[in-house]
Design a protein around this ligand. Sequence first.
Ligand SMILES: Cc1cc2nc3c(=O)[nH]c(=O)nc-3n(C[C@H](O)[C@H](O)[C@H](O)COP(=O)(O)OP(=O)(O)OC[C@H]3O[C@@H](n4cnc5c(N)ncnc54)[C@H](O)[C@@H]3O)c2cc1C
Length: 512
Amino acid sequence: MLVTDARVRAAYAEGAGIYRILPAAVALPENQDDVVALVRQARESQLALIPRGAGSGMPGGNVGNGVIVDLSTGFSDLVIDPQTRSARAGASVTWAEVNDAAKSYGLRLPPDPSSGAFATSGGMAATNAAGPRTVRYGSVRPWVVALEIVEADGAVRTVRRGMENGERFALSRDDRRLTANRFPKTRKSSSGYALDRFAESGDEVDLLVGSEGTLAIVTEVEWRLDPIPPAVAGAALGFADLESMAEAVPYLVSLTPSALELLDQSLLQFVPDAPKVASLLLVEFERETAAAARGVVGDAVRGLKHAVIHVETAVNRAGLEQLWSVRREASPALARLPPTQRSLQLIEDGCVPLDALGAYVAGLRTAADRRGIPVVIFGHAGDGHVHVNALPDMTRDGWREALRGLFDDVTDLLVRLGGVPSGEHGVGRLRAGILERFYGPEVMQLFRALKRAYDPLSIFNPGVIIPATDWSPMAALKVGAGAAAIPEDIATRLREVERSAAWATPKLELAH
Ligand SMILES: Cc1cc2nc3c(=O)[nH]c(=O)nc-3n(C[C@H](O)[C@H](O)[C@H](O)COP(=O)(O)OP(=O)(O)OC[C@H]3O[C@@H](n4cnc5c(N)ncnc54)[C@H](O)[C@@H]3O)c2cc1C
């Protein structure tokens, strides 16, 4: 059942993100019974299991030196129930597959990760994934109705909202107070166990969503679906400076947009026909009628006419697609960077309270300048959440130290601004060692107690969320001289998967 062939192990050594770690073996379960057997074997032999979907997660929760459990095929049942507006999706079913099937009933899963073409239901639930529409509809957490899980003792359980089946772990009144005080007040977070949400709901689902494969293996997700809104309109708004963009964001959020995305000049410079502005905001409004959607675009433009230097509007989906093409065009441009310069996701997912967005972007630019590392900044302005890709020149002496310095600077900045290190990608291995900076030692103790309650032998993804004793965020990089040796042809194909975002490629194909 465990594949230890060297080429197969190499094919699973990388996910998206910065790491290359050769697993001891790979398991390819075909059904729930296989997963149960694997968990029992892991208990007996003290194996670490690393659950994995498409491998598109960024912070290294999908790689490790234990056994990779590939759930990207084999769990592909999908049933839409239009009566209850829900979808039962096996762990392998992607966001796109759920939405394609739901569409014929006029339904959809509103949070829309850009990786929806390949992100699996198991992976999305495990990372509490999100997307542009999260500004209105939240991350995936509230859309998870139930999870079917295999637990660390091999038991199979369905955890359903409203059942208050949180008997494995409870918060005392003091713990609740601590949680309320210590959790940063951001609009989004995929940074550690969501004790704040659990304290409010009492729903075990809230603990399991975002647990990054550290508490249980998810074999099925029941999603709540929502009707597709009939009308949509939007605008692209350009600003001459950061301050006016940051001031515009709370105003636009007050108009209830369904997306509010930022393209910073650091990214716009890679798009030949992009407007010449310091910041571009792309805003989308979904409404019940076309008149209402157009009306709110008018409100947005009028309300900001003193602040904007560039305005384009769109009154329907096709027009919006056209406006948003500027965002899509940035990715291929970045993929054409010279081979000596890599786009690395190390500080890529910080999220701050909305009123700190301008200070965060300014602080990011200062830190990048100080460390001499170019960055591109873009993302979910309406949630105070921006992605930052670092583009170090790896022929430059000291790039590694500079990158580590940037990681530390941005951590300090996020702590100072009351932010979290991850808005949607998760903690993984990369950010496990900095969580305590954000939550303090007492909440970290609660995180450890929760992990022990679910997984006393630590067979599920050790080193993820709860840091390993030798945590080192820059160890095991996929780039540079110290990268683990894997066959050249597999390294080339993994690089191609990354460049073309072909994460849906079955990883076994890379080995053959
Ligand atoms: C180009 C690109 C764009 C992206 N855009 C977005 C975006 O817009 N929004 C966003 O949120 N993310 C985005 N991501 C990150 C990533 O796609 C998401 O985190 C996604 O939810 C991961 O799904 P996956 O199937 O690839 O999971 P993996 O990467 O395989 O795993 C991610 C984590 O989930 C755990 N896990 C996976 N499956 C299971 C399971 N069945 N049971 C228990 N644990 C499991 C793993 O152990 C790991 O910790 C993007 C990534 C890329 C490469």
